[in-house]
Design a protein around this ligand. Structure first.
Ligand SMILES: [Zn+2]
Length: 258
């Protein structure tokens, strides 16, 4: 538009490079949960620099993959331990073959009966699903960048998955009757669907219904209510907008009124 004030390509490149390094360091801290002080400048840069925006997406994706790997490892280790304990219990160290079989039978029959009774009493019992509603881009979940196309849409969010919004991005996680809105430049990790729980890595959310929002700086519990929770510069801020909102941090437990 204004050729006289447009910097040369070399200048622009040099300027971009000067600014990119600290921004990428900020992104590394952000996905590691240390985002905070002086966020405005890097956020502005991310909205203007395609290379750094791509770096941000990759960092979020990598963090989500690491989170999922850790969760799978933990689950596999817990399962192996359960099996070992059960085997040790079922086949005692000094039991005979017939003794072992008898012991197995006494274990298995009541267990089968319990499973049968339970499935009759609870014909349908699903783990609730988390639905991710994209209200405006950019929104990234671990599997794909959901932002670019379509501008609005839906996805399913798995346990342990990280969901992050970019500059101006907005998304809402639905679990049953509870929902949690992510404002711009916010990252959360889905920790539980049965009792809706997320870990706030950075940014701001508005939680409605029953939620537990955990963070490096403390925990906020919302019971049939509504609250805005932010983690900025390592500080957990919480504003109650209704219902019972409890904040637990290093200073203790506080029930917030609205
Ligand atoms: Zn850049």
């Amino acid at each position: 538009m204004e050729p006289t004030s447009t910097p040369s390509a070399a200048d622009a490149e040099r300027g971009a490079h000067l600014a990119c390094a600290p921004v990428r360091e900020w992104v590394r801290l952000f996905v590691a949960g240390g985002g905070g002080a002086g966020d405005a400048a890097p956020r502005r840069h991310l909205s203007e620099c395609d290379a750094c925006a791509a770096f941000y997406r990759e960092a979020v994706r990598a963090a989500a993959c690491i989170g999922r790997e850790r969760r799978l490892e933990r689950e596999a280790a817990a399962k192996a331990l359960r099996h070992r304990r059960l085997r040790r219990f079922a086949f005692g160290a000094r039991s005979t073959r017939t003794g072992r079989l008898a012991r197995l039978r006494t274990l298995i029959y009541p267990a089968l009966f319990c499973v049968l009774a339970f499935s009759l009493a609870n014909p349908v019992r699903f783990e609730p699903l988390a639905r991710l509603e994209i209200l405006g881009g950019p929104v990234h979940a671990s599997e794909a960048a959901l932002a670019s196309a379509p501008p609005t849409g839906e996805a399913t969010l798995a346990l342990g998955e990280l969901c992050a919004t970019g500059n101006g991005g907005r998304a809402r996680i639905h679990i049953g009757a509870s929902n949690l809105e992510l404002l711009g430049h916010t990252a959360v990790l889905l920790e539980s669907c049965r009792r809706p729980r997320v870990r706030l890595v950075a940014g701001s959310v508005i939680a409605e219904g029953s939620w537990q929002v955990t963070s490096a700086a403390g925990v906020v519990r919302i019971e049939q209510g509504r609250a805005r929770v932010s983690l900025e510069g390592g500080e957990l801020a919480c504003e109650s907008l209704g219902g019972v909102v409890t904040r637990i941090d290093a200073r203790g437990r506080e029930v917030l009124s609205h």
